[in-house]
Design a protein around this ligand. Structure first.
Ligand code: 6PG
Length: 241
């Protein structure tokens, strides 16, 4: 199957991404008692989470993690956790211990440290090791950021940390985000990108000169393994291919 999978609508792209993700998690469960998924926030994934929640899966075997979080408590409209909780966790009945929330209510550096400790414990990591998610879900911004690594962010070049707190002048806000060492270590990486507002950044990421600081999502697309893009026709409108 192609790396770039184009669908007529954002609903079809989201449903296809949901089916692919659950298929990869099912594969992981052939060899393990649990499957690990890390999800991004923002607005695009809501349709995907809702599509996942409508499908059969051994939900008690899922361990759900977050790619990044805004500096807000659960329940805040900006909370990535709260969006996933309402669209996926609650509908499928995930238990609290299955959901590894980034504690956005804490000071960002503290939240980053706590989340890194959670990853170390959840994956039983040795010093220097990185968690290897069975599936990592990412989006991109209209500036080609991914996770919370925005253009020009020095942590894009970091290859030692697991989680960082970053200040984004674009959003005039802090974020807590997984760092490249983790983003590049997943067994499967799924980008879900829809909408005409992403057409320019998607072209830069997929067809532009390599410049990871300018187009952070390029780093994952070009250095992670098993990367698949689920996109709609609006998002690919500017691609040459
Ligand atoms: C976040 C996400 C971020 C997201 C992009 C796209 O916290 O916002 O993790 O990386 O994937 O910003 O967001 P939209 O889906 O809202 O366009």
């Amino acid at each position: 199957m192609p790396k770039l999978r184009v669908y007529d609508s954002k609903e079809e792209a989201a449903a296809a991404a949901a089916e692919f993700i659950l298929g990869k998690l099912d594969e992981a469960l052939q060899d393990a008692r649990r499957a690990t998924l890390a999800v991004s926030g923002g607005s695009t994934p809501k349709l995907m989470f809702e599509a996942m929640a409508r499908r059969e899966f051994e939900w008690p075997k899922l361990q759900l993690f977050f790619v990044d979080e805004r500096p807000v408590p659960p329940g805040h409209p900006e909370s990535n956790f709260s969006m996933a909780d309402a669209a996926l966790c609650q509908p499928v009945g995930l238990e609290a211990e299955q959901v590894h929330r980034i504690q956005g209510e804490l000071e960002p550096p503290v939240a980053a440290e706590r989340y890194a400790d959670d990853l170390v414990e959840a994956f039983g990591l040795d010093e220097e090791a990185a968690p290897r998610f069975d599936v990592l879900h990412l989006g991109i911004g209209d500036d080609a950021h991914t996770a919370s690594l925005f253009p020009g962010e020095p942590l894009i070049l970091d290859r030692s940390g697991l989680v960082g707190s970053v200040y984004t002048s674009v959003k005039k806000s802090y974020r807590v985000s997984l760092l490249p060492k983790v983003l590049l270590n997943a067994a499967n990486t799924v980008f879900l990108v829809t909408g005409a507002d992403k057409a320019k950044s998607l072209k830069a990421v997929l067809e532009g000169q390599q410049d990871f600081l300018a187009y952070p999502a390029q780093l994952v697309d070009r250095q992670a393994e098993n990367v698949v893009w689920f996109v709609d026709t609006a998002a690919v409108a500017e691609l040459d291919r």
